[in-house]
Design a protein around this ligand. Structure first.
Ligand code: ADP
Ligand code: ZN
Ligand code: ZN
Length: 747
């Protein structure tokens, strides 16, 4: 600090208590900059961690977020002075969360900070002057008085606008006004126009069933005594989990705390959001995916100002600036959509929520009918407390025999047996009969189909056998031109079999099926039925989803044909039949979680049936009727699925017994992509040896499941270890590589 003459130093200490002359800042993640930057804090400038500031950068002046302030500098170059202080942009716990994210997911801290700000915040911060409320002093010269009057009139004025009106003398004039305590210069986001919340009367909560009441009491107790517990709420579909969330949010509000409610995909859960808004009218901030940048900025300000008792949104809502946070809920905590895929940081909202809770003392509720096997394992180990809702609840039914709706009966149809019986159509005899009966009774049916998988696999249509890699436990991907099977994790390859290795049948191939084909088949078999198709091709926006839901809920259609995207959250009492046209794609995805995912999908899908007065039934068609995931789903038996999965994963070292990191490289040239992947694999192996990290397994390199995407060839490497980050830290990744810790997909 060259200019720290004793007098000024004294003022500095006197005014701000401690001497913290340097700031470490992050600059917009959109600029191609790595790392953070050091600046000098001019004496008397109020700057604390979490603030936005204006920093000189080359010839430009850029808004930046202060990550830390320090007396000592590790940086040895010249430090320039910060130009303008700002107000806190991040809450203190958010700053800590951003730093954790950067470390945990090997991402740039600026990109992590940006997640917690309104969109394009770095570009939208402005240098402004705020009036301090005092009357304009008589001592001001006329020019200063004109500028002061302008600031006073609007309360806050942007420096750029003042410079346009008054020219270059503004900076000196504002400095004089600051010296007199009349105004302060600050970096600000343009404040949003205020909105007045509607004042609908709240919808009353129903009396809770005993299991619901017990769950709410536990959650409320943790909040009241600030225990910061994590609860795994395992409740069957329709068991009233959402009602538990609402009661827990109400309990938080009574304790003066606020809540976050995360849902897998906001566009697909209009019913849930409507229920939350109905219960807490005017106090809910919903992060709709369709918000414009300006609406999103307003949303951020409203939340930051504490206007929402609950924030509802998809994974990124975990970064909402919710003050006095007491409760974080993840609905359908097992959903893969909680994982960010691109761009970095590739975070998992559940891991972030748990870290956020650790930083704030908030209580966490992870809700699901089909918990993530890893979450259930944590509950079994005692890290989470298990809350059970074993039965369905619901409004009283007309039918005295059904005091509340029960879980639907699930039957499994063996497609190989259908084939042997001469049925070559896509509907088994059982599903065909059930559709007839449902339509005749004037009830509704849903037919589900998996989105076609990332890769094709080989399946025996007589015995259901699927060849898999024994080391990675994933099905081999079938490459038709060269007639090869390849494991897209470890790159092991073999010739595609001509006959089934298990039963010698020559019918060893598999043809995928699309929603359109199913729709056509329903139309031709049931000409009188009104059919609605619902997939990504016909529904892209939230409005599309709402329109299709409205049509089906309003009984404008009898049969809904859709992909797994509609498996969640639909609560339609008219639906009594659910048909899974084929479970095999789900069972054979090239992913170690395929069995678990298939179980989740089948359970969620089945949960759409029989939610009203009439009991429901479900028919699952598959070539693998004995598969443990199918069997467990058919018996509503989560526990047997859990143990089957846990045993396999322990054997193979998959989560929770190890962590994975996926390193993906892409290049326009196929050979370069492969060479670089092999080079990095060698370097990693070398570093593993040098650093004595023999426990880190290097799997691959292999072509990714989508080998070629958008004109680029893609190769990946998978690290499997207790802490793959240890080895990752030892290498520098050239451009073109991306890192995904705890990957949710290997596509
Ligand atoms: P989940 O989230 O577990 O699928 P929901 O909370 O959506 O279950 O509840 C299923 C249905 O039962 C909803 O229509 C809901 O309004 C109703 N419901 C939930 N709890 C109760 C209750 N205690 N009394 C009456 N109806 C309830
Ligand atoms: Zn076979
Ligand atoms: Zn393999």
């Amino acid at each position: 600090m060259a200019d720290a003459v004793p007098g000024r130093r004294f003022v500095h200490l006197f005014q701000w208590g401690r001497a913290v002359p340097y700031a470490e800042v992050a600059i917009s993640p959109d600029l191609p900059l790595r790392g953070t930057f050091s600046y000098h804090i001019p004496a008397g400038m109020p700057v604390t961690a979490g603030d936005v500031v204006l920093a000189p950068f080359g010839r430009r002046q850029l808004p930046a977020i202060v990550l830390s302030v320090t007396e000592q500098l590790t940086y040895t170059g010249e430090t320039r002075d910060l130009l303008c202080p700002g107000e806190p942009a991040l809450l203190p716990h958010q700053l800590a969360l951003a730093q954790w994210l950067a470390h945990e997911y090997q991402a740039r801290v600026a990109a992590c900070v940006a997640l917690m700000l309104p969109p394009a915040a770095f570009e939208r911060f402005r240098e402004a002057v705020r009036w301090c409320g005092a009357a304009v002093s008589e001592e001001l010269s006329p020019a200063d008085r004109r500028i002061a009057a302008r600031i006073q009139r609007s309360g806050v004025a942007q420096m750029a606008a003042l410079r346009r009106s008054f020219g270059g003398e503004v900076d000196a004039a504002v400095a004089r006004l600051e010296g007199l305590g009349l105004a302060v210069r600050r970096m600000l986001l343009p404040p949003p126009a205020p909105v007045t919340p509607g004042a609908e009367p709240p919808s009353p909560p129903p009396p809770l069933a005993p299991a619901q009441a017990a769950a709410v009491a536990a959650i409320a107790g943790s909040m009241e005594r600030q225990l910061g517990m994590t609860y795994l709420l395992h409740g069957v579909t329709g068991s009233g989990k959402t009602e538990v969330y609402l009661a827990a949010i109400a309990a938080a509000e009574r304790l003066g705390r606020r809540a976050l409610l995360l849902v897998p995909e906001i566009a697909l859960t209009p019913q849930t959001t409507a229920r939350v808004e109905g219960r807490f009218p005017g106090r809910v901030a919903i992060a709709h995916s369709g918000l414009t940048a300006a609406q999103r900025a307003r949303w951020w300000h409203e939340v930051r100002a504490g206007r929402a008792c609950v924030v509802v949104g998809a994974r990124s809502a975990v970064f909402a600036p919710q003050p006095e946070l007491g409760l974080i809920i993840l609905d359908e905590e097992h959903e893969a959509s909680y994982k960010q895929y691109d761009p970095a940081p590739r975070y998992h909202a559940r891991a972030v929520a748990l870290q956020l809770a650790a930083l704030t003392g908030a209580t966490v509720v992870l809700g699901s009918a089909t918990p993530d096997v890893v979450s259930y394992w944590h509950a079994e180990q005692g890290a989470y407390d298990l809350l059970l809702l074993p039965d369905r609840v619901g409004p009283p039914t007309d039918d005295a025999a059904h005091s509340s709706p029960s879980l639907p009966a699930i039957s499994v149809v063996d497609l190989a047996a259908e084939l042997r019986a001469g049925n070559r159509t896509i509907f088994s005899r059982a599903l065909d009969r059930a559709l007839h009966e449902t339509l005749r009774a004037g009830e509704q049916a849903i037919l589900f189909l998996n989105r076609r998988g990332a890769a094709s696999f080989v399946l025996c249509r007589d015995c259901g056998h699927v060849p898999r890699c024994t080391a990675c436990l994933v099905p081999y991907t079938y490459h038709s031109g060269v007639e090869r099977l390849r494991c897209h994790h470890c790159n092991r390859a073999r010739a595609a079999p001509v006959d089934c290795p298990q039963c010698a049948s020559p019918r060893i191939r598999y043809l995928g099926l699309g929603t359109q084909r199913v729709e056509e088949e329903v139309r031709s078999r049931f000409p009188a039925a009104r059919v609605l198709r619902w997939d990504r091709d016909v529904a892209r926006t939230a409005a599309d989803h709402e329109r299709l839901l409205g049509m089906f809920a309003g009984r404008e259609a009898d049969v809904l044909v859709g992909t797994q995207m509609i498996a969640k959250g639909l609560d339609l009492p008219g639906v009594t039949l659910v048909g899974v046209v084929t479970a095999d794609i789900a069972l054979n995805l090239p992913d170690y979680r395929a069995g678990e995912r298939a179980f989740q999908l089948l359970t969620q899908v089945a949960g759409r049936a029989g939610r009203g007065a009439q009991p429901g039934r479900v028919i699952i068609q598959t070539y693998a009727p004995q598969h443990y995931a199918v069997q467990a789903a058919a018996r509503h038996d989560y526990i047997s699925l859990y143990y089957a999965e846990i045993r396999q994963r322990q054997r193979a070292g998959y989560p929770p017994f190890g962590r994975l990191a996926r390193l993906l490289y892409s290049h326009t040239n196929a050979q370069r992509a492969e060479e670089e992947a092999r080079r990095l694999a060698r370097e990693l192996a070398e570093q593993r040896r040098l650093r004595g990290l023999p426990g880190v397994e290097i799997i691959g390199p292999a072509p990714a499941a989508f080998e070629r995407l958008k004109g680029r060839w893609r190769w990946h490497l998978i690290l499997r270890a207790a802490q793959p980050g240890e080895l990752l830290a030892a290498v520098e990744l050239p451009r073109g590589w991306s890192v995904d810790i705890d990957p949710a997909s290997f596509a």
